[in-house]
Design a protein around this ligand. Sequence first.
Ligand code: SAH
Length: 372
Amino acid sequence: MGASERINLLDFDRAGLEAFVADLGEPKFRAHQLMKWIHHRHETDFAAMSDLGKSLRARLAEIAQVRPPEVLFEGVSSDGTRKWLLGMDAGNAVETVFIPDRGRGTLCVSSQVGCGLNCSFCATARQGFNRNLSAAEIVGQVFIAARKLGNLPHRERRITNVVLMGMGEPLLNFDNVVRAMNVMRDDLGYGLANKRVTLSTAGLVPMIDRLAEVCDVSLAVSLHAPDDELRSRLVPLNRKYPIDELLAACARYARARPRSSVTFEYTLIRGVNDAPEQARALVKLMRRLPSKVNLIPFNPFPGTEFQRPEEERIRAFQKILLDAGILTTVRRTRGEDIDAACGQLRGRVLDRTRRSSGRRPEHQPATLEHAA
Ligand code: SAH
């Protein structure tokens, strides 16, 4: 059996792996042993899984594999942020970022190769879209990061949080993303508490409702503007699901999942959405649904006309929200020197939407040269 036909065990959550071993006539606990070998010890060689029994090991080697994505490039920022360019198939690669921060280690994973939503201020959008990632390719990002970080001194190496804030719109890849989050939240997987797994969405209303039916993860919603006219320009998806409907869906999520949190992300762009009256309009919106706001100073990338506001303007915007009693944080920019900051992730996308054609041929990331 060729490598591509063998089933990749990174694709399974606990229930899936239990069903898989049951088909082989094995008891459930074999699935649990396998999960520990894979996700705790990052073992890919069945022969080394000593407690599995010889015949099972041989059978697994015939029909299955543990195949993580291929690391094409690794970058380390001066601030300790790490970025990996991970090859998913012959033509496509995505980026995964690890951000260590005072006892916390946040891994930012991608859910799609490229993105189809075309938000005007996001570098990923410029590359167009190729396909959804499989659950194995999403879990594989955590697998690779955990294995790589295993070599670092203990304090800075732990993945304590995972955010689905990399390339792609996670709610457009619902089933695979949910399965991957199951592995992240499983003690036999990466053992993260529900609230430490955050799914960020541009605002797919029906899918937010579906998410509420299946799990308790933290929800981050990319708002970026206090009115529909502006939001539609920044996030075209707003034409389909305007702010009112989006906020209503967030309120339903918060009601259905009272232990989870809903945060609004607001990328601050100079002269576009950073004015004091826009902050006050945002305050009004937030009255409807008490929740946290995370301000993200715009991260520039080649070819964009947008700019980051001055520090003072960011603080003034934040102050208006804070004074109104809204918990508001400013996301510190991390990993900017290796293009790993929010909105700077690009990977390598064989675009099928032709969005990228005719646009900046220099756009292939320089990192690929190192990778070759
Ligand atoms: N598609 C999902 C996941 C992307 S998350 C979503 O839209 O939420 C990445 C976050 O960074 C989103 O809030 C996104 O709007 C924001 N972002 C995109 N480009 C950015 C940029 N250049 N600077 C700062 N934030 C950006």
